[in-house]
Design a protein around this ligand. Structure first.
Ligand code: ADP
Ligand code: ZN
Length: 210
């Protein structure tokens, strides 16, 4: 099964994608995580992506389409995959269609903007491995220390309040039109992501299995 998880930054699509990934035993592909790894490694495209990412803007379609294309050709994607954070523009969605992959479902995690601002302010990520946490909803066992690798958890630069506002604006402007795009293909399912993470997980699994 090939799935796309769609939603505003901080709607919890990453958390839901990871959960479904375990349930279905298929990998999650997060373009955001791949880009952050590239920035850290100082690769060519990492350097190009860094400025856009820090300011909360999107990285150019060429770059993300390129990395995604290579990634889904890897062996572990043979039985399916979950895309978390890709596509984010209609151009990216068209590129995906042109790669000849069949997307089975597009799961939209829907959360109101006010709630998102509150959630992102509590988000923390591990400097070393990139795992995501939340001070209220998904705390680390030891404050400031990653459960997975023992690295230090920090506030992402693009989670600062002013940057969050511009990421939300970008989402509504260039990413939300993908809802119509996939609705027209009969693939869109919307899950209410306002409630407890456990409730959303249940709804998400139902949506995926329906
Ligand atoms: P979030 O969903 O919380 O905004 P991500 O980790 O998915 O965060 O992405 C972080 C940043 O990486 C984005 O703000 C953007 O700059 C860049 N990025 C990730 N995926 C894409 C994409 N598909 N197209 C363009 N930029 C992307
Ligand atoms: Zn870690």
């Amino acid at each position: 099964m090939n799935l796309i998880f769609l939603g505003a930054p901080g709607a919890g699509k990453g958390t839901q994608a990871e959960y479904i990934s375990e349930e279905l035993n298929i990998p999650t592909i997060s373009t955001g995580n791949m880009l952050r790894a590239a920035v850290k490694a100082g690769t060519d495209y990492g350097l190009k992506a860094k400025e856009a990412m820090d300011s909360g803007a999107l990285v150019s379609d060429d770059i993300v389409i390129g990395i995604l294309k290579d990634r889904i050709l890897e062996d572990d994607c043979k039985n399916g995959f979950i895309l978390d954070g890709f596509p984010r523009t209609v151009v990216q969605a068209q590129a995906l269609d042109n790669m000849g992959v069949t997307i089975d479902k597009v799961v939209e995690i829907n959360v109101a903007d006010e709630k998102i601002q509150q959630r992102l302010s509590g988000r923390r990520v591990c400097e070393s491995c990139g795992n995501s946490y939340h001070i209220d909803f998904k705390p680390t066992k030891v404050d400031g220390v990653c459960d997975a690798c023992g690295g230090k958890t920090v506030i992402r630069k693009d989670d600062e309040p002013a940057t969050v506002l511009s990421r939300l604006a970008t989402y509504h402007e260039v990413t939300a039109p993908l809802k119509d795009y996939y609705q027209a293909q009969g693939k869109l399912v919307t899950v209410d992501g306002q409630e407890e993470i456990a409730d959303t997980k249940k709804l998400t699994l139902e949506a995926v299995k329906a």
